[in-house]
Design a protein around this ligand. Structure first.
Ligand SMILES: C[S@@+](CC[C@H](N)C(=O)[O-])C[C@H]1O[C@@H](n2cnc3c(N)ncnc32)[C@H](O)[C@@H]1O
Length: 216
């Protein structure tokens, strides 16, 4: 297992091609995510924005969108910055679990293929903060690797726990290991964070999109 930011640093060359051509459903889901963003959206928070693949589709539809993007890996953000030098975008190189978000600031928030690396407890706290950062009736759209059964989820978390124990990794350090949740558990996490009208809106392979709204 590699440290999270080092894992992505080492793979930044060829990253876009990998996501677009090798991960089933991603290419389609980038376009779908842009379609799901409400027409009146002006401000967007992107958690784990990476090299900006979801933003490429979002900017095609919303060229004047004001975006705040957060990512742990500077080299991924450097790629993104080159692509969008003419856009209204603020980039934060940091950990979204430790970055504070202004309350009632964003019309929408997105994350794409980043949340499946973390335990449910951490995600729940983060989702509550995403909820607070949204304007009333703002939406949070998450595309992620999700699984069908509780057994698959439990197996991934158990393997991760075993590897971390073998490597003596402290609890608060991020290492890259896939721990996808079931679609049902993800929906529950959104609901427990306060989101309403939570539903799965896309699935191709394991690539799944869930959307929730703040208020009605
Ligand atoms: C698979 S990439 C997805 C990037 C982009 N959203 C996309 O779909 O191309 C996952 C990204 O999440 C970032 N990431 C992982 N954990 C993070 C954290 N705790 N805070 C901020 N970014 C994180 C990684 O640095 C990486 O760029």
């Amino acid at each position: 297992m590699e440290k999270m930011n080092e894992f992505f640093e080492r793979r930044v060359n060829g990253y876009d091609e990998h996501m677009l051509n090798e991960v089933i459903g991603c290419k389609e889901a980038y376009s779908e995510m842009a379609e799901l963003i409400p027409q009146n959206t002006k401000t967007l928070l992107d958690l784990g924005c990476g090299t900006g693949l979801e933003l490429e589709e979002i900017f095609k539809k919303f060229p004047h969108m004001s975006v705040t993007g957060i990512d742990l890996t500077m080299k991924m953000l450097e790629r993104l910055a080159v692509k969008f030098s003419d856009k209204d975008i603020v980039l934060i190189c940091g950990d979204y679990f430790r970055t504070s978000f202004e309350e009632n600031k964003f019309d929408a928030a997105v994350s794409f293929q980043t949340m499946h690396h973390f335990p449910k407890e951490n995600k729940l706290e983060l989702y509550k903060r995403i909820y607070s950062s949204l304007e009333n009736s703002g939406v949070y759209i998450e595309c992620d690797y999700m699984v069908e059964t509780q057994d698959e989820e439990d197996r991934c978390f158990a393997e991760n726990k075993k590897f971390r124990a073998e490597m003596n990794i402290p609890e608060n350090e991020f290492y890259h290991f896939d721990t996808p949740c079931t679609i049902e558990n993800q929906i529950l996490l959104f609901e427990n964070a306060g989101f309403e009208n939570v539903r799965k809106v896309f699935r191709m392979g394991n690539t799944t999109i869930i959307i929730g709204q703040k208020g009605k």
